[in-house]
Design a protein around this ligand. Structure first.
Ligand code: NAD
Length: 479
C-alpha cells in the first residue's frame, strides 16, 4: 500500500461530469485507504459562483456508491474541498487561486506540492497551462504536475499546437497525459505476465504469432454524449489512444524494464515503426461503420440520437489491420476493432499463435486471451478456457498478479501522479506517431462519403469487418 501523500489539487472543471463520476470517488477511495489523509486539499474551479458548502454537497452526492459507509468519514473527507469560481481567461482569477492554494498549503501542510488537473474542455488546456505559469502559481519547494485528460488534440497539427502550448509552461517530465486504459490492472500487468512467462515471451514475435487481435466493444450507443461524439468518432476516441496503448503493452520490447524512460523509449520505438498506409490502403485495411436501429426497431439509430446530425457521417465502429516494420513484428497483422452497439461489452486481446509454437512446447495454434475487464470471473483464457483449467503450463503468475480489479483505473493513476511515476502516462513522441498514422485514415475517410448506417445495433459491425480477416485466412476470436 502506498504511503500517505501530500498535495494541493486544483481541479479545473470541478463542477463537471469527469470530476464527479471519476475523480471525487477515486479521491475518496484513496482517503479511505489513507493514501490521502491529513495533508491534502482539493480546490474545485468552474465558472459558476458556488460556496464551499455547496461544492462539498455536490462532492458528497458523487459518492453515492459509498453511502453505506460511515457518513462521518465522508464529511471529514469533504472538509478538504474548497471552491473558487474561475474563468479560464481571467488573470485575476489565477492570482486568487494561487493565494488560496498557498493558504491551504499552510493549513494542511501539503509540502508545496501542486497537482493541476485539467477536467475541462480540451480547447482550454493550453490557456490554463500558460496562465498557471505566467501568474506564478507554481511553487518552488514542491512539485508542480500538470494532468491532461484526453483528447490530446484531434489530429497531428492540433496535438502539436497543444503540446507546444503546454510545454512552454511545463517541462515534459511534469506532464501527465491520461489514457485511463493505462490505469487498468490487466493493462498494467501485461509486462509482468510477459516477463514471468518465458515461453509466452519467446513466442511473441513473427516466427510464432499468426496475428494479434484487440477488441474494445461496447453494447451501449452514444447515450447522452452525442454532441461530443459528433466531434470525435471511434477512430479518434478509441483507436488513436486506448487501442494503440494496449498494443504498446503487448508488443514493446523488453517487458522486464522497470524504468519509465526505458519503457517509454521502447513504446516510442514501436509506434515510430507503424507501417504507414497509402490513401488506397486505407480503403482495403480499414473498415468504418455506423449503427442503425436494432432488429426490433426499438433502439435509436446513431443519426436519431440527441445532438447528432440527421446525415452524420461519424463512425461508431472501426476495424482495421495495423502492421509494424520491426524485425520482431513485421508480417504480423494486429487486427483492431472498436464499436458501439455491439452484442456485448468486452475489452480483450487475443494472441493467436501458429503451429510452430510446438517447438516451444505449446499446443499448436493456441490462442491466449487477456481480458482487460474480467468476464465470468476470468482474466486470462487459453483456447477459451480459464488458464488454470486449460492444461497448459506456459502461463504462470506470481501470487500478486492475480487480478481482483480492486483498484479503479483513476485511483491507480492518481497514486502514480502523487508518486511521480510516469510509466502509465503517454509521452508526446508516442502521440505524435499515432496521430500521424491515424490522420492518413481520417483524411481518406473525410474525402469520401460512406454508406451509413451500415450495421444493425446488437451485431458485430459491418460484414466488411469479417472479410478483413477472412481475406488473410484468419477470423475474429471474439465473434
Ligand atoms: P463537462 O462539460 O461536464 O465539464 C466541464 C467543466 O469545465 C465544468 O466544470 C465547467 O464549469 C467548466 N468550464 C467550462 N467553461 C469554462 C470556462 N470558460 N472557465 C472555467 N471553467 C469552465 O465535461 P467533462 O465530461 O467533465 O469533461 C472534462 C474533460 O475530461 C474534457 O477534456 C473531456 O474530454 C475529458 N474526459 C471526460 C470523460 C468523461 O467521462 N466525462 C472521459 C474522458 C475524458
Amino acid at each position: 500500500m502506498a504511503k500517505e501523500k501530500s498535495a494541493i489539487f486544483i481541479i479545473f472543471g470541478g463542477s463537471g461530469d469527469l470530476a464527479h463520476r471519476k475523480l471525487y470517488p477515486s479521491l475518496f477511495r484513496l482517503y479511505k485507504s489513507k493514501v490521502l489523509k491529513d495533508h491534502f486539499a482539493v480546490i474545485g474551479t468552474a465558472r459558476r459562483p458556488w460556496s464551499d458548502d455547496y461544492f462539498r454537497e455536490t462532492v458528497i452526492t458523487s459518492l453515492e456508491d459509498y453511502f453505506d459507509d460511515d457518513k462521518e468519514i465522508m464529511e471529514e473527507f469533504a472538509k478538504h474541498f474548497f471552491y473558487q469560481s474561475h474563468d479560464v481567461n481571467d488573470s485575476e482569477h489565477y492570482i486568487a487561486l494561487k493565494n488560496l492554494a498557498g493558504k491551504l498549503d499552510d493549513q494542511f501542510e501539503a509540502g508545496h506540492n501542486r497537482v493541476y488537473y485539467m477536467a475541462i474542455a480540451p480547447r482550454f488546456f493550453g490557456t490554463v497551462a500558460e496562465h498557471i505559469n505566467s501568474e506564478g502559481l507554481k511553487t518552488k519547494d514542491g512539485y508542480n504536475r500538470l494532468v491532461i485528460e484526453k483528447p490530446f488534440g484531434r489530429d497531428l497539427d492540433s496535438a502539436c499546437e497543444l503540446n507546444g502550448n503546454i510545454s512552454k509552461a511545463f517541462p515534459e517530465d511534469d506532464i501527465y497525459r491520461i489514457d485511463h486504459y493505462l490505469g487498468k490492472e490487466m493493462v498494467q500487468d501485461i509486462p509482468n505476465i510477459r516477463a514471468n512467462n518465458p515461453k509466452l515471451e519467446q513466442a511473441l514475435n513473427n516466427k510464432y504469432v499468426s496475428n494479434i487481435q484487440v477488441t474494445l466493444a461496447e453494447s451501449i450507443g452514444v447515450e447522452d454524449r452525442g454532441g461530443y461524439y459528433e466531434t470525435a468518432g471511434v477512430l479518434r476516441d478509441m483507436i488513436q489512444n486506448h487501442v494503440m496503448q494496449i498494443i504498446g503493452a503487448i508488443a514493446s520490447d523488453d517487458p522486464k524494464a522497470k524504468e519509465a524512460k526505458v519503457i517509454h523509449k521502447n513504446k516510442c520505438d514501436l509506434f515510430a515503426s507503424l507501417k504507414e498506409l497509402s490513401p488506397e490502403e486505407v480503403d482495403t485495411e480499414f473498415v468504418r461503420g455506423q449503427y442503425d436501429t436494432d432488429k426490433t426497431g426499438e433502439k435509436k439509430a446513431y443519426r436519431q440520437e440527441d445532438n447528432v446530425a440527421e446525415d452524420s457521417n461519424i463512425e461508431t465502429f472501426v476495424a482495421g489491420k495495423i502492421e509494424f516494420n520491426t524485425d520482431r513484428w513485421s508480417g504480423v497483422p494486429f487486427y483492431v476493432r472498436s464499436g458501439k452497439r455491439m452484442p456485448d461489452k468486452s475489452s480483450r486481446i487475443d494472441i493467436v499463435l501458429n503451429d510452430k509454437v510446438k517447438e516451444l512446447g505449446i499446443r499448436p495454434n493456441s490462442v491466449v486471451t487477456l481480458l482487460i475487464e474480467k468476464e465470468d470471473g476470468n482474466s486470462i483464457l487459453i483456447n477459451g478456457l480459464n488458464y488454470k483449467d486449460a492444461g497448459q503450463d506456459f502461463i504462470e503468475f506470481p501470487e500478486e498478479a492475480e487480478f481482483d480489479n480492486a483498484r479503479e483505473a483513476y485511483e491507480s493513476l492518481i497514486i502514480d501522479i502523487l508518486s511521480g511515476n510516469r510509466v502509465h502516462f503517454t509521452l508526446w513522441d508516442e502521440l505524435r506517431s499515432t496521430w500521424k498514422y491515424i490522420d492518413t485514415i481520417r483524411e481518406r475517410w473525410d474525402s469520401q462519403t460512406p454508406e451509413f448506417p451500415n450495421y444493425i445495433s446488437g451485431t458485430m459491425g459491418p460484414d466488411a469487418a469479417e472479410m478483413l480477416l477472412e481475406r488473410d485466412g484468419n477470423s475474429w476470436i471474439w465473434d
